[in-house]
Design a protein around this ligand. Structure first.
Ligand SMILES: Cc1ncc(COP(=O)(O)O)c(C=O)c1O
Length: 394
């Protein structure tokens, strides 16, 4: 080693590098393992041939344009298509209130970057999406976790925490991160009453809500009004993604919110998104009926979810419990008295994977009796076989 690498990093980066490395939660899968850990779309639903055709058509029609930094008219078209979708979902936004990003993760990172420094306080749900947690922990140590239950974030607990901090003269949060609809990892959905309460709290305590809606289009029956659709004061920065409904490798997501926020975010996004993926996505979307595609996706995931729940009822002991999701990709399972990190070692040896609950908490002493199962990626047969294996080990 010729250079003393550490010496080049500023203090905040050195502190961030003391955290677990990114993806430390991801199990190393033995060959042929049944993947109840993977929050990926069902492989049969990824539109490979349609995207291949979209790339060919895009390059035939536009030649080199999509291969420059900017230039493909389809980049604007993608924005317009997303604006239409937002309008249909009761969230009309002007062009200057919308930014396309390289997936929801880039969106979350950019938002963290403009809102957070070491002094900033951020609120997350407990449990929460571990990649978002990793992102926030890169910027601040001051992460407050508020528990969720079957109806999502416990907004009365949040209110009590805010009140206590205010009374004690402690800094109040600038940002609250939530996945109100078909939550990762719990599959829960925030009730309408709590949605309204959360918006009221964002006004009273003046914080911004980062609404992560990665699964919002995947309702098994009823759609839910987003926080962004309820918000009247611009306190919500909405993050959407096409990863779960088209293809995650395309890295297409977006942020919708007050134009001043979008403008500030632009300072830092620069050219870090992907024009070719965006113009390909537009060329793909213009050939399909998204509503029809979503009906098909929801049908498949509803059925797979039912299969998983049926297998849990049949093959797991009586004292094991879970929330029944109304959409999305995940089921959150509690096995009283079992350390699910230890269970994973045995499960992998038997050829089935899941994510132990502790990875979804900032304090990994929490969630040790929980695990996240995903029904999105594995086939129906594998789902049943995987749960049978888990039942046998437990
Ligand atoms: C809640 C949540 N947000 C965001 C993402 C990532 O989305 P993207 O692929 O658009 O970065 C995921 C993927 O698992 C997720 O579960």
């Amino acid at each position: 080693m010729y250079v003393k690498v550490e010496a080049f990093f500023p203090e905040n980066i050195k502190i961030a590098l003391k955290n677990e490395p990114p993806g430390a939660w991801m199990p190393v899968l033995p060959e042929g393992c049944i993947r109840l850990s993977s929050g990926y779309p069902d492989a049969s639903l990824v539109p490979t041939m349609e995207i291949k055709a979209a790339v060919a058509r895009l390059l035939d029609e536009e030649q080199d344009l999509p291969l420059h930094y900017l230039g493909s008219p389809r980049m604007d078209k993608l924005k317009a298509l997303i604006q239409n979708r937002m309008q249909e979902r009761s969230m009309p936004v002007a062009a200057e209130e919308l930014m396309i990003t390289a997936g929801a993760c880039q969106a979350i990172d950019l938002i963290a970057r403009i809102f957070l420094d070491e002094q900033a306080v951020v609120v997350v749900e407990a449990p929460t999406y571990m990649e978002a947690l990793e992102i926030f922990q890169n910027y601040t140590k001051q992460v407050i976790s508020v528990p969720i239950d079957e109806e999502g974030l416990q907004t009365d607990r949040l209110e009590a925490i805010l009140q206590e901090r205010k009374n004690a003269g402690l800094p109040l949060p600038r940002l609250l991160y939530t996945i109100p609809t078909f939550h990762n990892p719990t599959g829960t959905t925030l009730s309408l009453e709590r949605r309204k309460h959360l918006i009221a709290l964002s006004v009273e305590y003046d914080f911004v809500i980062l609404e992560d809606d990665a699964y919002g289009e995947l309702a098994f029956d009823q759609n839910h009004l987003s926080l962004k659709a309820i918000d009247k004061d611009g306190h919500v920065l909405y993050v959407g993604s096409l990863s779960k409904v088209v293809a995650p490798g395309m890295r297409v997501g977006w942020i919708a919110g007050a134009s001043e926020f979008i403008s500030a975010l632009n300072w830092f996004k620069k050219d870090l998104d992907h024009p070719f993926a965006q113009s390909t996505m537009a060329a793909y979307l213009e050939t399909i009926n998204l509503d029809e595609r979503l009906i098909q996706l929801k049908e498949v995931y509803r059925h797979k979810c039912k299969t998983l729940i049926g297998a849990l009822e049949k093959h797991l002991p009586e004292n094991v419990s879970w929330y029944i999701p109304k959409g999305g990709y995940f089921v959150w399972v509690r096995i009283p008295g079992v350390d699910t990190a230890t269970l994973l070692t045995q499960a992998l040896a038997e050829g089935v994977s899941f994510i132990p609950g502790k990875f979804f908490y900032q304090d990994d002493q929490n969630g040790t009796e929980y695990l996240r199962l995903s029904y999105s990626f594995a086939t129906e047969n594998d789902i049943v076989d995987g749960v049978k294996k888990l039942g046998k080990i437990i």
